[in-house]
Design a protein around this ligand. Structure first.
Ligand SMILES: Cc1ncc(C[n+]2csc(CCOP(=O)(O)OP(=O)(O)O)c2C)c(N)n1
Ligand SMILES: CC(=O)[C@@H](O)[C@H](O)COP(=O)(O)O
Ligand SMILES: [Mg+2]
Length: 587
C-alpha cells in the first residue's frame, strides 16, 4: 500500500522537504488522523482540528526546534505532537505511561515549554527570546500561539506589555476562533470581531503596544499562512499575527457544536456522532449539583450572584446564567479578576458564589488572601475538580488546594462527602457566614440517584462518626470517603470511620475523643499529604501529646501524571484496593 504523506513525516525536517502543493493533502491526512484516534481514545478535539494548517505552516516555515514554538494551554497541540515524531504513539495520548495531552518538556525537544494552564505562552516565549538575545543568537525565532480566550487573561497582557518595549525576536500568533471552551466574552472579543469585520475604529491595540501587526489571515489557507509567516520571519522585534480559524474545522458536527466538541468523549469517526451514554439512571455530576442548586437558591435569595472565569459549561454555572443572566457572569479567562470581583461584590452585601476549578484557583492565590480572607469577606468559593482529575494529568490536578488554603486565616474549608452534603453546604453558606468559605468537590459523579432532597443546615466545624469500630480510627474528609467505606466493608475491618467535613475549623473536640479512644489513627485525603488534613491532625496530636500512632495517606510529594482517576488513586495509595490491604493488615 502506498504511504500517505503523513506516514513519511518523522520530524519537521521531512515536512520542510515537501512542496507547497503537498501541504493541503497533508492537512487533510493530519486532520483525519487526529479524528480517528480521538474518536476512540478521547481527548481535546476541536482546538487541534482548528489549527491543523497553522501547525503545518509553522513547522514548514520555521526551523523548529531551534526556533521555539509554544502552544498556549496546549490542548491544541495534537497536530504538533504528530508532526514532531509522536505519530506512532499518539494513540497513547492521556493514558497512563503514554504521551501527555499537553506539551511537555520531558517528552520532546519540540515541546519547548510545558503548558496546560492558559496565558503563559507570551511570557515564556519572551523569556526565551531575551535569553537568545543575551547569548547572541539573534536569528532564532520565538513563537507563542495563543487563543482569543487565553489572550484576554491578565497574564497575557503582562507579557504583551513587557514585550512591546523590547527588541525581542518574538512572534505572538493570536488564533482567533471566537470561542474558548464556551464563547469568548468581553470587550477584547468585541474589538477582535470589529477587526475581523474591518469596522474597528480604534487604533490597532497591538500596534499601540509596539508590535508589528499582521493580519487578519485565514488560518485554513496554507498559501496565505506560509506567505505571511515568511514575511514575519524577516521582520525584527515583537510581531503580532492575527489568524482566523474555525474550532472543530473539518468535522461538521464539531464545527457546529463547538462547546460539546471541545472534548467530546468517544464518537463515530465518520459522522462525528457521539457514542450514546448508558441510559440507566446515574448519580449526578457534582458540577450539575452545584449548577442546579445555585439556581434553586438564587430563586429564593435575590442577593446571590454567580461568577465563573471562562468555565460556564464545565462548572455548570451556565444554568444560572440562563435563568438569571443579570446575576450570573462568565468574566472570561481571568481567575484573579473573578476572585477580586467577588470580593468587591461581597463588600456590598451580595452573596457571591465564585466557582473556579481547584487547579485554576492557584492563579488567584494572592487575591484569596489579600482581597478576601484578610478583609474577611464572606465569598463562597466552590472549587470544582478538586482531587485527582484523571487524563488531564499533572497540570490539572486539584490536589494542592487543602494545603495552600489551610494556612490562610479566616477561611472555612469544607469538603462534602457526597453531593447531598454539597447541596446542604451551599444552602448553609448563602444564609450568611462570618467568614469566607471554600467548598471543594471532585470531577465526576456523586453516589445518590435521589439527591434533590430538602435542604438541611450544616453545622460549621463539626465532624461525624460514620462507622464505629475498635483500636483504629480512619479520619477523612471529602468524597474520598467512598473509597474508605468501600474498603472497610470489603475487608470487614473493625475500625471506626470519621468524616471531618471541615479542614478548618478543625473539629478538635471530636479529635480529643478520637485521641483518647484509639491507638492508631489513619488520615485519608485526596489532597497533598503535606499541609492538608493529615498535617493538621498531626499537629494537633503533637500538641495534645497523643501517644498512639498516626498514618497519613494522601497525595505523595510528587506530580501525579495522566492516567485514569482509579489508577491515580492506586498510585497515591488511596484506592479501594490499597486501603483494603492496609486495613486487612491491621485487623
Ligand atoms: C488558567 C486557566 N484557566 C482555565 C483553563 C481552562 N481552559 C482550557 S482551554 C480554555 C479555553 C481556551 O480558549 P482559547 O484560548 O480561545 O483557545 P481555543 O480552545 O479556542 O483554541 C479554558 C478556559 C485553563 N486551561 N487555564
Ligand atoms: C484544556 C483545559 O484546561 C480544559 O479543557 C480541561 O481539560 C477541562 O477539564 P474538564 O474536562 O474536567 O472540564
Ligand atoms: Mg479560542
Amino acid at each position: 500500500m502506498q504511504k500517505s504523506i503523513l506516514d513519511t513525516i518523522l520530524s519537521p525536517a521531512d515536512l520542510r522537504a515537501l512542496t507547497p502543493e503537498q501541504l493541503p493533502v497533508l492537512a487533510q491526512e493530519l486532520r483525519r488522523f487526529i479524528i480517528d484516534i480521538i474518536a476512540t481514545k478521547e481527548g481535546h478535539l476541536g482546538a487541534s482540528l482548528g489549527v491543523v494548517e497553522l501547525t503545518i505552516a509553522l513547522h514548514y516555515i520555521f526551523n523548529t526546534p531551534s526556533d521555539n514554538l509554544i502552544w498556549d494551554v496546549g490542548h491544541q497541540a495534537y497536530g504538533h505532537k504528530i508532526l514532531t515524531g509522536r505519530k506512532d504513539i499518539f494513540h497513547t495520548n492521556r493514558q497512563k505511561g503514554g504521551i501527555s495531552g499537553f506539551p511537555n518538556r520531558a517528552e520532546s525537544i519540540y515541546d519547548t515549554f510545558g503548558t496546560g494552564h492558559s496565558s503563559t505562552s507570551i511570557s515564556a516565549a519572551l523569556g526565551m527570546a531575551m535569553a537568545a538575545g543575551l547569548k547572541g543568537a539573534h536569528n532564532r525565532h520565538h513563537i507563542a500561539v495563543i487563543g482569543d480566550a487565553s489572550i484576554a487573561s491578565g497574564m497575557a497582557f503582562e507579557g504583551l506589555n513587557h514585550a512591546g518595549v523590547t527588541d525581542a525576536n518574538l512572534l505572538v500568533i493570536l488564533n482567533d476562533n471566537a470561542i474558548g471552551i464556551d464563547p469568548s466574552v468581553g470587550a477584547l472579543k468585541r474589538y477582535l470581531t470589529n477587526v475581523k469585520k474591518g469596522t474597528a475604529r480604534e487604533e490597532n491595540i497591538f500596534e499601540a503596544l509596539n508590535f508589528s501587526y499582521f493580519g487578519p489571515v485565514d488560518g485554513h489557507d496554507l498559501n496565505a499562512l506560509t506567505e505571511v509567516l515568511q514575511e514575519l520571519k524577516k521582520t525584527k522585534g515583537p510581531k503580532f499575527l492575527h489568524v482566523i480559524t474555525t474550532k472543530g474545522k473539518g468535522l461538521a458536527l464539531a464545527e457546529r457544536e463547538q462547546i460539546t466538541y471541545h472534548a467530546p468523549g468517544k464518537f463515530d469517526a465518520t459522522t462525528g456522532i457521539r457514542v450514546a451514554k448508558d441510559s440507566t439512571p446515574q448519580p449526578p455530576k457534582y458540577q450539575d449539583v452545584f449548577g442546579h442548586t445555585i439556581v434553586e437558591l438564587a430563586t429564593l435569595n435575590k442577593k446571590i450572584i454567580g461568577i465563573t472565569p471562562a468555565m460556564p459549561t464545565g462548572s455548570s454555572l451556565k444554568y444560572m446564567i440562563e435563568a438569571f443572566p443579570d446575576r450570573a457572569f462568565d468574566v472570561g479567562l481571568a481567575e484573579q479578576h473573578a476572585v477580586t470581583l467577588s470580593a468587591g461584590l461581597a463588600t456590598e452585601g451580595m452573596v457571591v458564589f465564585c466557582n473556579i476549578y481547584s487547579t485554576f484557583l492557584q492563579r488567584a492565590y494572592d487575591q484569596v488572601i489579600h482581597d478576601v480572607a484578610l478583609q474577611n469577606l464572606p465569598v463562597i468559593f466552590c472549587l470544582d475538580r478538586a482531587g485527582l482529575v484523571g487524563q488531564d494529568g499533572g497540570t490539572h490536578q486539584g490536589v494542592y488546594d487543602l494545603a495552600y488554603l489551610n494556612c490562610i486565616p479566616n477561611l472555612i474549608i469544607y469538603a462534602p462527602s457526597d453531593e447531598i452534603a454539597l447541596r446542604n453546604i451551599m444552602y448553609t453558606a448563602q444564609q450568611g457566614l462570618d467568614h469566607p468559605i471554600v467548598i471543594r468537590y471532585p470531577r465526576g459523579r456523586g453516589v445518590h440517584i435521589n439527591w434533590q432532597l430538602p435542604f438541611k443546615e450544616i453545622t460549621i466545624g463539626k465532624g461525624y462518626n460514620i462507622i464505629k469500630g475498635k483500636k483504629t480510627a480512619v479520619v477523612t474528609l471529602g468524597s474520598i470517603i467512598k473509597n474508605v467505606l468501600t474498603a472497610v466493608n470489603e475487608v470487614n475491618a473493625s475500625c471506626s470511620v470519621y468524616d471531618m467535613g471541615f479542614l478548618k475549623p478543625l473539629d478538635t473536640a471530636l479529635l480529643d475523643t478520637i485521641f483518647t479512644t484509639y491507638d492508631h489513627i489513619i488520615t485519608v485525603e485526596d489532597g497533598s499529604k503535606i499541609g492538608g488534613l493529615g498535617s493538621s491532625v498531626g499537629d494537633y496530636a503533637f500538641a495534645k501529646a497523643y501517644k498512639g500512632s498516626l498514618t497519613i495517606l494522601g497525595i505523595p510529594d510528587r506530580f501525579i501524571e495522566h492516567a485514569t482517576v482509579e489508577q491515580q488513586y492506586a498510585e497515591a495509595g488511596i484506592s479501594v484496593a490499597s486501603l483494603s490491604l492496609l486495613l486487612k493488615n491491621l485487623a
